[in-house]
Design a protein around this ligand. Structure first.
Ligand code: PLP
Length: 428
């Protein structure tokens, strides 16, 4: 495949955009080479600026669960755009999408829309602090909750890939209120509660981790967190920016059968437009301005174009819950096919999968947390990534990112992907 035009575009971009990209993981730093510039996308396929067609396994990092340019979403945005793009005043549409979200998701009475997952998580923590009157939070190494200061402490994917787990610019003062624990390790959490009695406002966690590859919670882990929060009057925040409206209508809460206190959303919720949200029961949400004293605001929050896209997306998922099962089946098929090829090759690997999230690590150790995710052989990963790309398969350009399957992927696409892997491995 040729990437001359992408290379030229990247050269130009680097002159006016830091690193040539508006979000670091797009820059291919973990795998080397030149990022691919996209011209358009439809269904399961990306069409790049050099005329190549790629089968897409990132789905814009999650949002495109129904495939690119899904007709109902595109139509809704077009129809809405003719009526103006923002008013700074309420619209009926905001209530409609909130009603639908509250109906689809367990344990929420009210939801507040924002413009990104970052904003959602930042605001959720402020709300938890305001509600409990406590200052500290617990987060897990390798979990990503957006790029606000409090979370850039061993933050997974982008931050890990670039070797800057603690970003310059985050103050000691901020860092001291973020307590770090290990994923799938309850002991590391209960220690913090012992050492900081009545100071911990909340635990925030990706209920299925997706920013150190895909790491499902071990049996009893989330239940244990729920119990610790209950024992210590702390809130449990599920960051469902990835898992919300992807694993099930009701996200990880429904899929895993655990009730959290505050949920954050993004990605699928916006249908590809910039949307985030946080939600909880009324008792908690009533602390939020203008009902309560915890301040949070946004000029473009609940933006009509974004809400139109999100509403069309949620309506479709709500009416077709079989999509979650079909995605699960497709991902299982991919998993099985990859495993057969890799077993034959005899190369050490781990495939983690939950629902339509999957990742491959080149290590013989079970990947259960950030430490074990970091054991993967990155030279193998680079060869694998570029080999697949050469064969028309677009994978996440970092071993610390999860694949996100979309519903328009056909069985032929998945077979092609497995054949591509076999061909890569034949030359290994
Ligand atoms: C993507 C992501 C975020 C941040 O969302 P943005 O819209 O990129 O700000 C937060 N939490 C999780 C779990 C994510 O995957």
């Amino acid at each position: 495949m040729q990437y001359q035009r992408s290379s030229a575009l990247f050269q130009s971009a680097q002159k006016v955009i830091p690193g040539g990209v508006n979000s670091p993981v797009r820059a291919f730093q973990a795998v080397g080479g030149t990022p691919i510039f996209v011209q358009k996308a439809k269904g399961a396929y990306l069409y790049d600026e050099d005329g190549n067609t790629l089968i897409d396994y990132i789905s814009s990092w999650g949002p495109m669960i129904l495939g690119h340019a899904f007709e109902a979403v595109i139509e809704a945005v077009k129809e809405r755009a003719d009526r103006g793009t923002s008013y700074g005043m309420p619209t009926e549409l905001e209530t409609q999408i909130a009603e639908l979200a509250v109906q689809m998701v367990p344990n929420i009475d009210k939801i507040r829309m924002v413009n990104s997952g970052t904003e959602a998580c930042m605001s959720a923590v402020r709300l938890a602090r305001g509600f409990t009157g406590r200052e500290k939070i617990i987060k897990f190494a390798g979990c990503y909750h957006g790029h606000s200061d409090a979370f850039l402490i061993q933050a997974g994917s982008g931050a890990v890939t670039f070797g800057a787990p603690n970003s310059p610019g985050v103050t000691q003062g901020t860092a001291k209120d973020t307590l770090l624990a290990q994923y799938n390790d309850l002991e590391s959490v209960s220690l913090h509660f012992e050492q900081h009695p009545e100071q911990i406002a909340a635990i925030i966690i990706e209920p299925v981790a997706g920013n150190m590859g895909c790491i499902p919670p071990k049996a009893g882990f989330l239940e244990g967190l729920r119990a610790l929060c209950d024992d210590h009057q702390a809130l449990l925040i599920f960051d469902e920016v990835m898992t919300g409206f992807r694993l099930a209508k009701g996200g990880a809460q429904e899929s895993l059968g655990i009730a959290a206190d505050i949920m954050t959303y993004g990605k699928v919720l916006g249908g590809g437009l910039p949307v985030g949200a946080f939600a909880a029961r009324s008792e908690i949400m009533s602390h939020l301005a203008p009902e309560g004293p915890v301040y949070q605001a946004g000029t473009l929050s609940g933006n009509p174009l974004a809400m139109a896209a999100g509403f069309a997306m949620l309506n479709h998922l709500n009416a077709h819950p079989e999509i979650f099962q079909s995605l699960n089946n497709k991902t299982a098929l991919l998993h099985q096919g990859m495993a057969e090829v890799l077993n034959q090759k005899g190369i050490p690997y781990q495939i983690n999968r939950y629902g339509s999230m999957l990742s491959l690590h080149f290590t013989d150790q079970e990947v259960v947390d950030f430490k074990t995710a970091a054991l993967g052989n990155n030279d193998h990963f680079k060869n694998y990534f570029h080999g697949m790309l050469e064969r028309g398969i677009y994978l996440p350009p970092s071993a610390f990112e999860s694949y996100f399957l979309n519903d328009t992927l056909s069985l032929e696409d998945i077979e092609k992907t497995i054949d591509a892997l076999a061909s890569v491995m034949a030359k290994w």
